[in-house]
Design a protein around this ligand. Structure first.
Ligand code: NAD
Length: 387
């Protein structure tokens, strides 16, 4: 049974699927681990460290992909420089575990099914207590929340904490965090650690206690509709509710030195929370960090991947924040993947057990079929739009 870790070809991706400590544990279990040469370099894990942990370093990319029983990746597979798709390198029946963005880009799922690959999508792992150790969405979102605050602190032309000095007293910065999921809660905790005054808002009322327990004020917006979907995720809200929330949060945005937006609805474009008119009302020098930039952005002025100044406000739309902390992001991701693999390996062989609710939910393609109803729907929506 061979587990292989591919080198990421996506330019922004610095993370790697396994780290040396975890490799050592897998090798101890009698599993063979192949690491593509240089796979961990951008996360500061060199080939020698993997070799010392018992892995075999493979320089031939095609060999690594085509002889893997389980292939581990971070970013979804893509086209290579030679025009071939990474997916075509996998052998039929191989298992691929990676972020696959199957609701945003379901075409990848179709390609994986055509290649008869058993694909487990990290995004589809249920948010249940048993799946917590495999929940890479959470481990990586937490990094994004932390880093967003550091980026904001670096861009703000002010202190974050209150300071009493001989030259006078500095008032603490006011931070408004929109979306209090995993990233938002870590952003609150980080902003509080830096001494700022924090307010947070979410359409799911269930997060109020968590926000308050971190020492932030919860900005409550009562809506006349259900805002929580299955699995605790947010639902897309009506236009009327969007308008109402925008009205209610405008004052908080106007008074904030920093706004950090993290709001997402799975499989949908990120909701627009900060309009251009709201940006115009903010103080000059204020900062917005839009973690949802890649999903379309929560702010109308966001330009994904760029820092811009709009109406005197610095608007930052970072891409792939977890990758900017590649050591810990890879360490946590590797732990998540290993927990998931424990459900797939029996007596040193792959055994896919669909009676397990986690495997059932995460496995989007198997034996030439797309298994996930949500992915099939997303694919259907694309073909309807084209025809
Ligand atoms: P997410 O990344 O999908 O969204 C981020 C936040 O944006 C969410 O809190 C959401 O409610 C909020 N949001 C969406 N639309 C909004 C709008 N229009 N205005 C304001 N806020 C809006 O969320 P996530 O961090 O992945 O968490 C999703 C759910 O999963 C949460 O309930 C979380 O507590 C739960 N969760 C459970 C476990 C577990 O039980 N093992 C682990 C992690 C997360």
């Amino acid at each position: 049974m061979r587990i292989a870790v591919a080198k990421e070809i996506e330019v922004c991706e610095r993370r790697v699927g396994l780290v040396p400590d975890i490799v050592a544990r897998l090798v101890k279990q009698g599993l063979e681990v192949w690491i593509e040469a240089g796979a961990g370099e951008r996360a500061f894990f060199n080939d020698a460290a993997y070799e010392a942990a018992g892995a075999t370093i493979i320089a031939d990319t095609d060999k690594l992909w085509s002889e893997a029983d389980i292939l581990l990746k971070v970013s979804p597979p893509q086209e290579r420089e030679d025009g071939r798709s990474e997916i075509d390198l996998l052998k039929e029946g191989a298992v691929l575990i990676s972020f696959l963005n199957p609701l945003g880009n379901p075409v990848v799922a179709q390609k994986l099914a055509d290649r008869k690959v058993t694909a487990l999508s990290i995004e589809m792992i249920p948010r249940t207590t048993r799946a917590q150790s495999m929940d890479a969405l959470s481990s990586q979102a937490s990094i994004a929340g932390y880093k967003a605050v550091l980026i904001a602190a670096a861009a703000l032309p002010k202190y974050f904490p209150m300071l009493t000095t001989a030259a006078g007293t500095i008032a603490p910065a006011k931070i408004f965090i929109m979306g209090a999921g995993v990233a938002g809660l870590q952003a609150i905790a980080t902003a509080r650690r830096l001494g700022s005054v924090v307010e947070a808002f979410d359409i799911r009322p269930a997060v109020k206690e968590e926000v308050q327990s971190l020492g932030a004020k919860f900005v409550e917006v009562k809506l006349d509709e259900e805002t929580t979907a299955a699995g605790g995720y947010a639902k897309e809200i009506s236009e009327a509710s969007k308008k109402r929330t925008q009205e209610l949060v405008t004052e908080h945005i106007k008074n904030a030195d920093v706004v950090i937006t993290t709001a997402q609805v799975p499989g949908k474009k990120a909701p627009l929370l900060v309009t251009e008119d709201m940006v115009k009302q903010m103080k000059p020098g204020s900062v917005i960090v839009d973690i949802a930039a890649e999903q379309g952005g929560n702010c109308a002025c966001t330009d994904p991947g760029r820092d811009i100044v709009a109406h005197g406000v610095t608007v930052i739309g970072p891409i792939n924040l977890p990758s900017s902390l590649p050591v810990h992001a890879s360490q946590l991701y590797a732990k998540n993947l290993t927990s998931l693999m424990q459900l797939l390996i029996k007596d040193k062989a792959v055994e896919i057990n669909f009676a397990d609710d986690i495997v059932d939910a995460a496995c989007i393609t198997h034996a030439g079929e797309i298994r996930s109803a949500r992915v099939k729907e997303a694919l259907q929506a694309i073909s309807s739009a084209v025809s």
